[in-house]
Design a protein around this ligand. Sequence first.
Ligand code: AMP
Ligand code: MN
Ligand code: MN
Ligand code: MN
Length: 275
Amino acid sequence: MSSDLHMHTRCSDGLLNPEEIVDAAKAAGLNYIAITDHDTVNGICQLYEAGLYPAKGIKIIPGIEFSAHHETQEIHILGYNIDIYDKNLTDKLNDVVEARWSRFSSIVKKLQEMEYDISETDVLEIAEDSTSISRSHIAQAMVKKGYFSSVRACFEEILEKGRPAYVSHFRLEPGEIIDLIKQSGGIPVLAHPKLIRDDVLVEQLLKQGIEGVEAFYPKHDSEDTARYLEMANRYNLMVTGGSDFHGIPGRSPLSLGDFVIDDSYAAELYRDPNM
Ligand code: AMP
Ligand code: MN
Ligand code: MN
Ligand code: MN
C-alpha cells in the first residue's frame, strides 16, 4: 500500500471536493492521505463535520500549505497534524485569506487595464465556493475565455512573479509560519524544496525550526530526492512526500495514485483520532 501527503481540494485551487478526494484516494488504493490546501483547513473541517474523518478505511492526516513571504523566491511550508479549530491559527488564516480576496480584485483590475475582457464573476464561476482564491483560478478563467492555451502558458506570460499581471499578497514570514504550525500542535515541513531554486536558502530554512522535508515530489528527479534525503538526515528531520494533486485537467499528476510514497513515511506522521 502507498500514501500521498500533498493534495488540494476545491477549498483552495483543486478541482475535487473533500469527499471526492477521499473517494479518489480510495479508488487509487491509498492508505494514508493528507489534504494540504493553500491557507485553509476548511476541507478538513468539512470532512470532520460530515463524519467522514476517519473515513472509508483511509487514514487522513490534517494538513495545510502556507506560502511564506520572501522577496524573490516562492517558499511553501506544509503543516501536518495542526488543530483545525485552534483560534490563533484560524485568526491568522482569516487575515491571509482576506488579503487573497483584495489581491484577486487587484489582479482582475490589472487584466482589464491590459484590455482583457474578464470580470471577477468570470473567475468566481471557476472558484465557486473556494475559501482561498488564487492565481490558479484566474488562469483557468483566462484559458476558458480563450486567451491562453493552458494555465501554465497564462502563468508564464502574465501571472508569475515579475510578469505584468502579478500582484503579491500578504504572507507570513517563514519563522511566523513555523511557530504558528507548532503552536497549533502541528509539524512544519518544507514543501518541494527544489522549487525554491536555491539550496542555500533551503538549508537556512531547515535550520529555522522546520521538522521535515518533502523529499519526494513529482518535480524532483532521483538526484534531487537523494540530496534532500541527505539534508533531512543531516538535520535530523522527518521525510515526507506527495503528488501536489490539484485535479486540474492537463496539470500533472493527472490522477491520485500517479505519484505515491511508501506508507512508512506517512505512518510516522499519523495520529489516530480515537486515541
Ligand atoms: P497563488 O497562491 O494565488 O499565488 O497561486 C499559486 C498557485 O498557482 C499554486 O498553488 C499552483 O497551484 C498554481 N501555479 C503556480 N505557478 C504555476 C505555473 N507556472 N503553472 C501552473 N500553475 C501554477
Ligand atoms: Mn495550488
Ligand atoms: Mn506548493
Ligand atoms: Mn501544493
